[in-house]
Design a binder for this molecule. Structure first.
Ligand code: FAD
Ligand code: NAD
Length: 409
């Protein structure tokens, strides 16, 4: 007589970022209550919109706008939520060690996101901020405001209190200086500071800002931001960060720029937990198979910034983006349903890249959408449409109404 197992397969999803939460909300749509025991683990009781963190850091958007209660978007009849911090995965025992306990799994989804990559540059870890998560973004906002407050109460003014360095002119660096360009005049008014005294300096090692992006759009962005008072140091690499500011080098010339605020936005890597748990990874990114599984681990899926996939057309990795993380969540949920039901074929993941829009503050942007270039208010509106669409995919129309961006003009 065949023995039929009545135990439900256990699925554990680590991280409620874009990859993890999209896996969870799509899986809950696919599965009935009794088909699997699904657990979502996240260190906070909320998901946050990572793609909005530069706004929280600059102080142009309140952090509560970026936070979404996880229990508002998951179906608790189908998904068990555990608020805890992941410490380690033990793949041989199909177990995850948490700060306050452990969970076991039949299928695991790893979606713990990105970490800042400082490439061993001296002093960055100690003295620079990075937009690593929502509380890190809040700390940047509070720190900048405090420097303004301190400056305005000082008898002998130290101008470097009003200097903000942004390291890196990739999309994060440019979106951040775009927000700061709007925020600085407000701060000057709030704290009685002369705008001329404030410097926002964006330092980029490559010969252009947004390296590799469309040159005409890059030119637009640079001119626009310079008109709003952003200084660019191009072809200039940050070599060291100190308590006082940064040391930069351009060709043979070394220079110190004094600044009370240094924000490192010049590189990300995958989450270190993945490599610390014995998975083969490059800078925290696991080269996944076409079904999003870690090599040698058929029951472990990796989604989001900790996964690595090669774009065969250019033989380079796809950039780590929310766009891809969200699409991976859908495929991952489909594949989990196939495995749980032992029915059908696994789906290969194929990114559907719709374009890139880079904001320059809430009121301007540049981008390419379905191959068409857009700039100015049209691009700014498109950016908000993209932001609202992400909310829709995560939590449906009610989430768009609650957290959506409607300041179109
Ligand atoms: P994340 O979104 O980073 O989420 C990880 C989750 O895991 C978080 O909820 C975190 O709290 C949780 N977590 C982390 N460690 C632990 C732990 N040890 N235990 C428990 N939980 C943990 N991409 C775009 O496509 N478009 C954009 O416009 C865009 N804008 C961006 C703007 C900024 C400022 C930044 C920084 C990035 C931007 N990106 C954008 C990139 C995009 O945000 C990332 O690619 C995306 O967030 C990756 O999603 P993820 O699911 O891997 O992880
Ligand atoms: P990035 O790696 O794309 O850019 C980092 C930049 O820092 C590069 O231009 C690099 O040349 C520069 N840099 C590196 N070392 C330096 C040094 N020592 N001194 C000065 N400059 C240095 O990182 P990112 O901008 O944080 O982006 C991370 C990911 O998130 C990317 O995949 C990006 O596409 C995505 N993202 C997308 C958007 C969007 O679509 N609007 C916005 C933000 C981020």
């Amino acid at each position: 007589m065949d023995v039929i197992s009545l135990r439900k397969p256990k699925v554990v999803i680590l991280g409620a970022g874009y990859g993890g939460i999209m896996t969870a909300v799509n899986l809950q749509k696919k599965l009935g209550v009794n088909e699997a025991e699904v657990t979502l683990v996240n260190n906070n009781d909320y998901h946050y919109q990572t793609t909005w963190l530069h706004e929280n850091a600059a102080g142009t958007l309140h952090h509560d706008r970026s936070r979404i209660q996880i229990t508002d978007i998951i179906d608790r009849n189908k998904i068990n939520f555990v608020q805890d911090t992941v410490v380690k995965i033990v793949p041989e025992e199909q177990k995850v060690t948490l700060q306050n306990g452990e969970v076991t799994y039949d299928y695991l989804v790893f979606g713990l996101g990105y970490e800042s990559e400082t490439f061993g540059i001296k002093g960055l870890k100690e003295h620079a901020f990075s937009i690593a998560n929502i509380n890190a973004a809040r700390q940047i906002k509070e720190h900048i405001e405090y420097q303004f407050a301190k400056y305005s109460n000082m008898k002998e003014k130290k101008d470097e209190l009003l200097t903000i360095i942004v390291g890196g002119a990739g999309f994060t660096g440019i979106e951040l200086v775009g927000e700061l360009a709007n925020r600085v005049p407000e701060l000057c008014q709030e704290f009685d500071v002369d705008r001329e005294k404030v410097r926002v300096v964006c330092v980029e090692a490559a010969p252009m800002i947004l390296p590799g992006f469309d040159e005409e759009l890059v030119e637009y962005a640079r001119n626009y931001l310079e008109r709003k008072g952003i200084e660019f140091r191009i072809g200039t690499a940050i070599k060291e960060c100190t308590e006082e500011g940064i040391i930069v080098a351009k060709d043979d010339q070394v220079e110190e720029i004094k600044a009370a605020t240094v924000i490192w936005a010049a590189g990300v890597r995958g989450n270190a937990i993945v490599e610390e748990s014995g998975f083969e990874a490059m800078r925290g990114r696991v080269k996944v198979d076409p079904y999003l599984r870690a090599p040698g681990h058929d029951n472990v899926f990796i989604v989001g910034d900790s996964s690595l996939m090669i774009n065969e057309e250019i033989n380079r990795p796809y950039p780590p983006t929310a766009q891809i993380a969200m699409q991976q969540g859908v495929t991952c949920a489909n594949n989990l349903a196939v495995l749980i039901r032992d029915q059908g074929n696994l789906e290969e993941f194929k990114p559907d890249l719709k374009g890139t829009v880079c904001s320059l503050g809430h009121d301007d942007a540049i981008g390419t959408v379905y191959g068409k270039k857009i700039v100015g208010w049209k691009a700014a509106v498109m950016k908000k449409v993209i932001d609202n669409r992400a909310l829709f995919l995560i939590g449906g129309p009610s989430l768009v109404l609650k957290k959506g961006k409607w300041n179109f003009i």
